[in-house]
Design a binder for this molecule. Structure first.
Ligand code: EPZ
Length: 421
């Protein structure tokens, strides 16, 4: 098992290039199943999750080529001349639950899909009931049998109405992808509005899909008979950007992030300002300058409010604040597993009625810690860069799922961070 070793408390500053967004690329890759034309995705980060989904799609008949390989990213050519299998196996789907995003496209293209239930993960049970209800609203027959979602639409999907009882990014994405080829018009209400969904819609519309309401919670999709190919540049990863902004904050230094649009990071930027981090928005970059670390209270919620994917990283930052903060994780039921690990580094965090109460300390002390999930592992990197002495982070396969070239990017701004086998 690889681990990362950080010698903390080093002066850091400089520029970091933000990669393409993992959570935009994954649904965009699934779009390839909807057409037999070529889809070229540019600005794809070199991440484990992208490798995993590539394997899943190849199992369905998608041909995938990496081109223009760069330091830790590339462009991806995907073509699915025909669907060779409509089954997504348990082995593959349990490796990465976003594989459930093949459900809508397989149904739309072939009228059938057999997709394993993803099973839970570290941060929660993560059911897919909303995905299934959305497919039923489009006329699919869906049953669960032996751990698989068995969905059929023998006469094709039909446009329908569906109001999501709760906001779900993945279920919204699956419903959009299923409805673009359905017969008739679909109205989806209480949709998630994450920027990654807007990016998916932008790509589908460029391929000929008829979708209105982008950026709102009500989407109207008029089904078409087929989609063209497209070349699409993936939006920047707002979660990667927010993670690095926390490093500028905790190290009280200036870090400039390139290739990130500020408008998809508005709420985290407003919280960073409340914390006392100076933010300068430039032409194609944002500079974050840590000065003081004031306590703030955070509650996670669907976009455009505070993203749950930045909760662990902001908690690490607040461990060094000059007061007491409260974090209320409202999206996932078990997304506080970084607390015991941060505590091992000397953080002062307690749980009170399911909220995390963080009392800032002057410094943290390096120690061996364990990554438990993707964003928790980034909170340990942030804390490790701040802590005195050495922090060793085990199980960094979690980190490799969502941060491309992390140690290279951090070394470039002066961090002493090494990956060891
Ligand atoms: C996406 O997951 C992201 N993953 C997650 O990022 C992110 O944390 C999450 O959205 C919330 O923003 C990708 O985009 C690949 P949800 P998703 O459906 O779609 C419940 C990361 O770190 N729910 O919006 O799975 C669910 O249990 C990952 O990059 C149901 O009850 O999230 C959760 O409590 C982690 N039934 C809440 O809704 C369903 O059918 C939000 O989940 C679906 C979801």
């Amino acid at each position: 098992m690889e681990k990362i070793v950080i010698k903390g408390n080093r002066p850091l500053s400089g520029e970091i290039e933000i990669s393409g967004a993992k959570n935009a690329v994954l649904p965009l890759m699934a779009v390839s199943l909807l057409t037999n034309k070529k889809l070229l995705l540019k600005n794809v980060p070199d991440l484990a999750d992208i490798k995993t989904l590539s394997g899943v799609l190849q199992g369905h008949g998608t041909q995938i080529n990496k081109i223009n390989e760069k330091e830790y990213g590339f462009d991806l050519e995907l073509t699915t001349p025909e669907i060779t299998s409509t089954t997504a196996s348990y082995e593959l789907v349990r490796t990465m639950r976003a594989s459930v995003l093949v459900l809508g496209p397989l149904l739309a293209r072939t009228g059938k899909a057999k997709v394993s239930l993803p099973g839970g993960c570290a941060i929660g049970a993560r059911p897919v009931d909303l995905h299934i209800k959305a497919m039923r609203a489009l006329g699919a027959n869906v049953k669960i049998s032996q751990g698989y979602i068995i969905a059929t639409a023998p006469n094709g999907l039909k446009g329908g109405q569906y109001t999501f009882p709760a906001v779900s990014v993945g279920a919204t994405e699956n419903a959009i992808m299923a409805s673009v080829l359905a017969d008739g018009t679909t109205t989806l209400k209480n949709c998630a509005k994450e920027p990654e969904i807007n990016d998916l819609i932008k790509c589908l519309v460029a391929m000929g899909a008829k979708i209105s309401g982008v950026g709102t919670s009500v989407l109207k999709i008029k089904g078409v008979t087929s989609l063209d190919g497209n070349t699409h540049t993936v939006i920047a990863d707002r979660i990667e950007a927010g993670s690095f902004a926390c490093i500028a904050g905790i190290m009280k230094t200036e870090i400039t992030l390139k290739n990130i649009e500020p408008d998809i990071l508005q709420h985290p930027i407003s919280v960073l300002k409340d914390i006392g981090i100076k933010t300068t928005i430039n032409q194609d970059s944002i500079s974050f300058k840590g000065q003081e670390i004031n306590p703030v209270d955070i509650e996670t919620a669907p976009y455009p409010l505070f993203p749950t994917d930045l909760q662990a990283q902001f908690m690490a930052l607040l461990c060094a604040s000059n007061g007491t903060s409260e974090i209320d994780e409202q999206v996932f039921e078990n997304r506080f597993m970084h607390i015991p690990e941060l505590t091992r580094l000397g953080a002062n965090i307690t749980l009170k009625n399911d909220k995390a109460v963080i009392t800032g300390v002057d410094n943290l002390q390096g120690a061996p810690v364990m990554a438990t999930d993707l964003r928790a592992s980034m909170s340990l990197v942030i804390a490790g860069l701040f802590a005195k002495d050495t922090t060793t982070i085990n199980r960094i396969y979690h980190l490799d799922r969502g941060y491309a070239g992390l140690e290279h990017k951090l070394s470039k701004i002066g961090a002493d961070i090494k990956r060891i086998k």
